[in-house]
Design a protein around this ligand. Structure first.
Ligand code: 3NM
Length: 205
C-alpha cells in the first residue's frame, strides 16, 4: 500500500448508516475516499451468509473504483473472499500469525502507546491506526479521547511509517491530526452522516 491510501479512510458497517449502506459506500467511493474498511459490529450486525454477501458486494464496489477493501477483525473472511487486507485491534490474534496468514495483503493494527507501536512495526504491520483522537460516538468500547500527543510522538519516532488517525475526526479538526503527522484520517460518522459527501471528503483531503 501507499501512505496516500490512508488520506481519507472510510470505515462503515450497516449499523452506522441511516440510508442504504451500499448507497452510502458507492457515494463515498464516487466522492473520492482512498481506502475502505468493512466493520460490521453491533446488536444488529449481519451474520453468516448475509454478512458474506454484503462483504462481497462492498468488495466489488471497491474494485470498481480501485480502492483497497479491508475487513475489520475477521481474518477468516478476508482470506476466504480474498480481501485486500484486514484491520485488527490489540485483542485479536497475535500479529505474527495474522501476517503469516495474509502474506502480500495489507495488515493494519490499532495502537495506543509506544510499546504497541513498536510491536506493530516489528511484527510487519503495513500501517497503524492511532485513536481515539477525539471523543467518538461510533465505538462502544472506545478508550478515552487521547488528543494528538501520542500520534505526534509516533511520527517523530517513525518518520516514514504509514499512520492514520481515528476517532471523532471531522472536517473541523482533521487539520490538527494531519499537522501532528498522520498520513490521513479514518472516519465513520463524518462520512456516513454527511449531507454532502463530495464536499466532506474534499475538505478532509
Ligand atoms: N476505532 P467516528 S475510534 C472504529 O480508537 C474506531 O481505535 C477507534 O468513528 C479507535 O469517525 C473508532 O464516527 C470509531 O468517530 C470512529
Amino acid at each position: 500500500m501507499k501512505r496516500s491510501d490512508l488520506a481519507v479512510y472510510f470505515i462503515m458497517g450497516t449499523e452506522n448508516c441511516k440510508e442504504n449502506p451500499l448507497s452510502v459506500l458507492e457515494d463515498a467511493l464516487k466522492s473520492g475516499i482512498t481506502m475502505f474498511q468493512l466493520r460490521e459490529k453491533g446488536a444488529k450486525a449481519l451474520k453468516g451468509e448475509a454478512y458474506e454477501t454484503f462483504a462481497l458486494t462492498c468488495q466489488s464496489l471497491c474494485k470498481e473504483y480501485a480502492i483497497p477493501f479491508i475487513i475489520n477483525d475477521d481474518v477468516e473472511l478476508a482470506i476466504k473472499i480474498n480481501a485486500d487486507g484486514v484491520h485488527v485491534g490489540q485483542e485479536d490474534k497475535p500479529l505474527a500469525q495474522i501476517r503469516e496468514q495474509l502474506k502480500g495483503k495489507i495488515v493494519g493494527v490499532s495502537v495506543h502507546n509506544e510499546e504497541e507501536m513498536k510491536l506493530a512495526v516489528a511484527g510487519g504491520a503495513d500501517y497503524v491506526g492511532i485513536g481515539p483522537i477525539y471523543e467518538t460516538q461510533s465505538k462502544a468500547d472506545a478508550k478515552p479521547a487521547a488528543g494528538v500527543s501520542f500520534l505526534s510522538k509516533a511520527r517523530t519516532d517513525y518518520p516514514d511509517f504509514p499512520i492514520v488517525g481515528i476517532g471523532g475526526i471531522t472536517t473541523n479538526n482533521a487539520l490538527e491530526v494531519l499537522r501532528a503527522g498522520a498520513d490521513g484520517v479514518a472516519v465513520i460518522s463524518a462520512i456516513c452522516q454527511s449531507s454532502n459527501r463530495g464536499q466532506t471528503i474534499n475538505q478532509l483531503k
